[in-house]
Design a binder for this molecule. Structure first.
Ligand SMILES: *Cc1c(COP(=O)(O)O)cnc(C)c1O
Length: 371
């Protein structure tokens, strides 16, 4: 099977050594606060089956996922540590949570009532909306929700938590207000003794008050070495875990005036070498990389020429007498990761972020471990 995977043109190499180093760096930043590793979306596209065993071996004590379905997948991978669903409670999934020892988030007053009505012995986590305006009980409703939960004998309130909207940005003021509001509400509603957590990767790197004295930190992107912003990239000592590579399948010279790919959006201004690379949007590459992204071949960086197709893209290798002339059919083309642009750099050209790039990779791209 391995040899078949090696023969596949487009593959995501997963550097388990880099992952291990990143976990240790995150643990250092956490200063003893335990990690609840965010492994949702198949570990941000890296492959939970590869990533989770390394995290467990490094002592990660809990995992966070988006849905009950993802939580059950972790149990099927043999995870015995605690598993929390970050997404909103789905009433119909509660029996499965009981069966698989999955902990759930209550992100609204309605969810609190549904959990109580289910009458199951579950660990529940109350989420407070301190400014993200996505999910969570509003600060003014926290007291009532906590009172309801205290009178529900089968439920255990395992934590209260909130989520930061701007922790990866240079200006920490909004995050600081969110954290202050969170702590005010906890104190005012008699929740000070309940475990509590705040920090995503940004909070972990930039906000001591999101980390110190908390029960958990919830890093994701930092573990995978794909900071979500330039600020974080400059402040965090992590290495990219994923390297997305494909292969050159053709090199041809096009004439002045020739156009490349669907819609003819790229036109040669002079005789030009064009490489065809066997990766496209069905592998998960954003089509927005058309005429914006680049690939790296034999150490040279070449712009994507024309639109990204479903299964292929073309790269402008430049003049026939230039350095691009060294490129050969069969060469490796790095799309991001070691030896190419970072996921963040490539993502920015498509108007997106690193997380969206790695988590969009499709099932057609094998994740191949490297140690
Ligand atoms: C995804 C997620 C995280 C991790 O965020 P990163 O920016 O990847 O560190 C933390 N908390 C919650 C609730 C999440 O959904």
């Amino acid at each position: 099977m391995r040899s078949v995977l090696e023969a596949v043109a487009t593959r995501a190499e997963i550097d388990l050594g880099a992952l291990r180093q990143n976990v240790r760096e995150v643990q250092r930043l956490a200063g003893g606060v335990p990690l609840m590793a965010a492994v949702k979306a198949d570990a941000y596209g890296h492959g939970a089956d590869l990533v989770v065993p390394v995290l467990r071996a490094e002592g990660v004590a809990a995992f966070g996922v988006a849905s009950v379905q993802e939580a059950v997948l972790l149990r099927e991978l043999g995870v015995r540590e605690r598993v929390l669903v970050f997404g909103e409670l789905v009433r119909e999934a509660l029996p499965a949570c009981l069966r698989h020892d999955i902990e759930v988030t209550l992100g609204s007053a309605a969810a609190v009532e549904e959990a109580i009505a289910a009458d199951l012995a579950l660990r529940v986590h109350l989420k407070v909306d301190t400014g993200m305006r996505r999910l969570g009980v509003l600060p003014a409703e926290v007291g009532a929700a906590a009172a309801r939960l205290r009178r529900a004998p089968k439920l255990t309130l395992a934590s209260v938590w909130t989520h930061l909207a701007t922790a990866d940005e240079a200006d920490p003021s909004f995050s600081r207000r969110q954290i202050a509001l969170f702590d005010e509400v906890r104190a005012a509603e008699g929740l000070a003794d309940i475990p509590h957590h705040v920090a995503n990767s940004g909070g972990l790197v930039q906000l001591r008050e999101a980390v110190r004295g908390r029960s958990w930190v919830r890093p994701g992107g930092l573990l995978y070495g794909i900071p979500s912003s330039r600020v974080l990239a400059s402040r965090a000592e992590v290495r990219p875990v994923m390297r997305l590579v494909s292969r050159v399948v053709r090199v041809e010279q096009v004439a002045r005036g020739d156009t490349v790919s669907y819609g003819r959006t790229w036109r040669a201004e002079a005789p030009t070498l064009v490489a065809t690379v066997a990766a496209g949007y069905a592998d998960g590459l954003p089509r927005q990389l058309s005429n914006r992204g680049s690939v790296t071949i034999r150490g040279g960086t070449y712009p994507i020429a024309g639109t990204v197709c479903m299964d292929m893209l073309m790269a402008d290798l430049g003049a026939p007498e230039g350095p691009g002339a060294a490129v050969r059919r069969g060469d490796e083309a790095v799309i991001f990761g070691h030896g190419g642009p970072t996921a963040l750099e490539q993502a920015e050209r498509a108007g997106t972020i690193s997380y969206a790039l790695t988590s969009a990779l499709t099932g057609r791209v094998p994740r191949v471990p490297r140690s």
